[in-house]
Ligand binder design. Structure first.
Ligand code: DLL
Length: 431
């Protein structure tokens, strides 16, 4: 198995920790001297850059939250003036101001190296034809993957998101071997191919690099069987860099984190207490090499756990388990904690319904109500009516056995639910 940066990806842990400490000191120094927000927070806690003597001292530093980023919109947390930046990206942000990420020339080079690492993890090489169906724009997905793929020497097709029929034409004509998209868009591409009578098995697709939104193992199986490829997951976020923070290798044993560039911690989201490897909690990232927009202990709200054991692929970098939810994703319905990913895991294996679903939560007479809308795979399944009721009942029972919640099930015709070319929105909470 090819490793992009053998030296850093396979470093013995003591050596890696040494490098992390040196880089952490550099970062703390940098934010203390250039970013008023950090200086003020550190001063309040009596922390000076010299206070960082070991990696354990990281725990003394304050957390950074999305609100801190919003309060300093747009450039308040940058360490350099705009003239030293050469690129800006921003997260779409469903509410309020977007998060703005700035990059110096060195930052872009680091980012390119890390996405090159990540695509290599997934087995992509210079022999591949990589079609990027992420949006190119302020979103970090398109440009982020673009440069990493070019660096490994793959032939890049910058298709961008949308225009699904053209995506399929490009796949057929240019011999795409690697598809880069959100998992929900990958499914949509599969669906359009099936509807247009394209024989997907005859395409050259081999690998899928999917990320940017949560998806379950059940969804992975569905995508792999419909697109005839090996689907790998990769994780990243604009605040920390974009894609390239972590990605799966072909051992499929978690996502390797670029620990020479980021320190990852898991914390109890309620108390802030630091958790041990293996314990599930909120991921917190500290950047170690970023120039323009370093982050100190950024709380991601993403839930995962960390494994520091070396991987069978030979890399020593810690691995994070696939992120299946966020602390702010969790729905509390009649006192029961429900993650959308749990519902997805239950629905996906049920024969006769497709991988598209919606979760509606509302309140009626002071009581929470959960409605799950699912799509049939074939319109014939709607007949006769009694079968439909039976089927709804079956799905309701399945959900009840895991969630202990009675849900209303609404079965709709194939193709009814909205498809997405980017990140999907499946939960609507009107309470
Ligand atoms: O989604 C960066 C990215 C682009 C990652 C392309 C991978 C591929 P944002 O738009 O800032 O950045 O969204 C970041 O998306 O905090 C997670 O909640 C979620 N997310 C990203 N990747 C995954 C993943 C990009 N593989 C937010 N699994 C993060 C689950 C993910 N959630």
């Amino acid at each position: 198995m090819l490793i992009w940066d053998q030296e850093h990806e396979c470093m013995p842990r003591p050596k890696l920790n040494e490098l992390q400490l040196e880089r952490l000191k550099w970062t703390v120094n940098r934010v203390y001297s250039h970013v008023p927000h950090y200086r003020k927070k550190f001063d309040e806690l009596g922390i000076k850059p010299e206070s960082i003597k070991s990696l354990k001292d990281l725990a003394r530093l304050p957390f950074t939250t999305k609100n801190d980023l919003r309060d300093n919109y747009p450039f308040g947390l940058f360490t350099v003036p705009a003239r030293d930046l050469i690129r800006i990206h921003a997260s779409s942000g469903t509410t309020g101001r977007p998060v703005v990420a700035g990059y110096t020339a060195n930052d872009l080079n680091t980012w390119t190296e890390l996405t090159a690492r990540m695509v290599t993890l997934a087995g992509v090489t210079k022999d591949d034809v990589a079609q990027i169906a992420f949006n190119y724009g302020l979103f970090t997905g398109g440009f982020g993957l673009h440069y990493g793929l070019e660096r490994v020497g793959a032939l890049v097709i910058p298709a961008s998101g949308g225009n699904t029929e053209r995506q399929l034409m490009l796949m057929q004509d240019f011999g795409t071997t690697t598809l880069i998209a959100t998992p929900s868009y990958a499914l949509y591409i599969a669906e359009v191919a099936e509807q247009s009578g394209i024989d997907i098995a005859s395409l050259k697709l081999k690998t899928g690099l999917f990320g940017s939104e949560p998806w379950t193992e059940e969804m992975r199986k569905e995508i792999e069987s419909r697109l005839h490829l090996v689907a790998t997951d990769n994780y990243g976020l604009s605040e920390v860099m974009g894609p390239g923070v972590a990605g799966e290798c072909l051992s499929h044993a978690g996502h390797h984190i670029a620990e020479d560039h980021f320190i990852v911690e898991t914390i109890n989201p309620d108390t802030g207490e630091i958790l041990e490897p293996g314990e599930e909690g909120e991921l917190v990232f500290t950047s170690l090499t970023k120039e323009a927009f370093p982050v100190i202990r950024f709380r991601t709200k993403d839930i995962s756990c960390i494994d520091q054991e070396p991987c069978s692929c030979g890399r020593t970098t810690a691995r994070m388990r696939k992120v299946t939810g966020r602390t702010d994703d969790m729905l509390i319905i009649r006192g029961v904690n429900v993650f959308p990913s749990q519902i997805e895991s239950i629905l996906m294996p049920i024969e006769g319904i497709g991988p598209h679903y919606l979760i509606n939560v509302s309140r009626k007479n002071y009581l929470d109500e959960l409605e799950v809308v699912v799509e049939l795979t074939s319109p014939d399944l709607l007949e006769p009516y009694s079968r439909l009721e039976e089927f709804e009942d079956f799905i309701r029972q399945k959900l009840y056995s895991v969630l202990s919640l009675h849900a209303r099930i609404r079965i709709v015709q194939p193709g009814t639910l909205e498809r997405t070319t980017g990140k999907s929105k499946r939960v609507f909470d009107s309470r």
